[in-house]
Design a protein around this ligand. Structure first.
Ligand code: RIB
Ligand code: CA
Length: 312
């Protein structure tokens, strides 16, 4: 029986690869996508989400628009990493499938309320605005999720948006605080893990060599749209973040993690959105997430490449 999932997302080049991986997987039943403002403004992220499911030949997957800005403050984009359109150098035709009229937050709530309790897994690939808003509107949904797999945060890896904070957490720190305080069954996939997943030229070439349109698109999405802020080793390569969430669902044996308390900085302008992970349990705060720390990157890319081959 395929695992039902909802993807909350801000495509976003790596989000787009994660969506392709998810819709290619027979083990997963993608109930829908809820777009959120993040890497690009909401009008771009929702359009990109529709364009990617169309590219994958899955126009029946519904796409909803969620929140256009964080709970407090204004929208922060990540144009340096995803380009103005949000999809880097990949140009997709305007999507033909319509945006669903229901708000993405209400879609999340109603799907969780209608489904068998603890059957649907939420994959959070962007700022947590939609998830937090849903939890504020309907707190009981924290107990209705089979899991909430969050790409975001950092510890030893430090920040990628500020020296202290990872983008998804920094873009809406108050939403992150609501989510990590909600009691939802969180699995966190931080930069500490995703920085082990580097899209080297060799790995990109294997994806491009698939010869299908989704392989060609994924190869473009895996390329940094421009030189990244810091290279990983001699030649700048591009850490791949969001697809690790889907890989965790498909092949959890590729990842390792520990239970820990994660707290979000919401007061200091210097460290706003920092995830303070209590690895040693010295705070006295109860563990509220399984924090994934290691991944077998070679087997991850083999899985990604193998599954992309099954798409058009
Ligand atoms: O810091 C990486 C995260 O921020 C990824 O989800 C990427 O898509 C951006 O949203
Ligand atoms: Ca994202």
């Amino acid at each position: 029986m395929p695992r039902p999932i909802i993807i909350d997302t801000d495509p976003g080049t790596d989000d787009a690869v994660a969506i392709l991986l998810a819709v290619a997987a027979p083990e997963l039943d993608v109930l829908g996508l809820a777009a959120v403002a993040g890497n690009a403004p909401l009008q771009f992220t929702e359009r990109n989400a529709r364009a990617v499911v169309e590219l994958a030949g899955r126009p029946e997957i519904p796409v909803y628009a969620g929140c256009p800005r964080p709970i407090f403050g204004s929208h922060i984009a990540a144009e340096h990493a995803h380009g103005g359109s949000g999809l880097g150098s990949l140009e997709l035709p305007p999507p033909q499938i319509p945006l669903r009229p229901q708000h993405g937050v209400d879609f999340l709530i109603e799907m969780l309320r209608a489904a068998k309790p603890r059957s649907v897994t939420i994959c959070a690939l962007g700022p947590l605005t939609n998830i937090a808003t849903a939890l504020i509107k309907a707190p009981e949904i924290a107990g209705l999720m089979a899991g909430l797999v969050v790409m975001g945060g950092a510890s030893y890896a430090l920040g990628n948006m500020t020296p202290a904070a990872e983008f998804n957490m920094h873009a809406d720190p108050f939403a992150a605080a609501v989510v990590f305080d909600s009691g939802a069954p969180i699995t966190m996939i931080p930069l500490d893990l995703t920085h082990q997943v580097l899209s080297t030229p060799e790995r990109i070439a294997r994806v491009r060599a698939l010869g299908n349109r989704c392989g060609h698109a994924a190869a473009l999405l895996l390329e940094p749209p421009r030189a990244t802020r810091r290279g990983h080793g001699k030649r700048p390569t591009y850490a791949l973040h969001d697809p690790c969430v889907i890989a965790y669902l498909l092949a959890p044996e590729l990842l390792e993690g520990v239970e820990a308390n994660v707290a979000i900085e919401i007061q200091s302008p210097l460290t706003l959105g920092m995830t303070v992970i209590d690895w040693r349990g010295i705070s006295g705060r109860r563990p509220n997430a399984r924090v994934m720390t290691k991944i077998d990157a070679g087997r991850f890319y083999a899985l990604l490449t193998e599954r992309l081959a099954d798409l058009p």
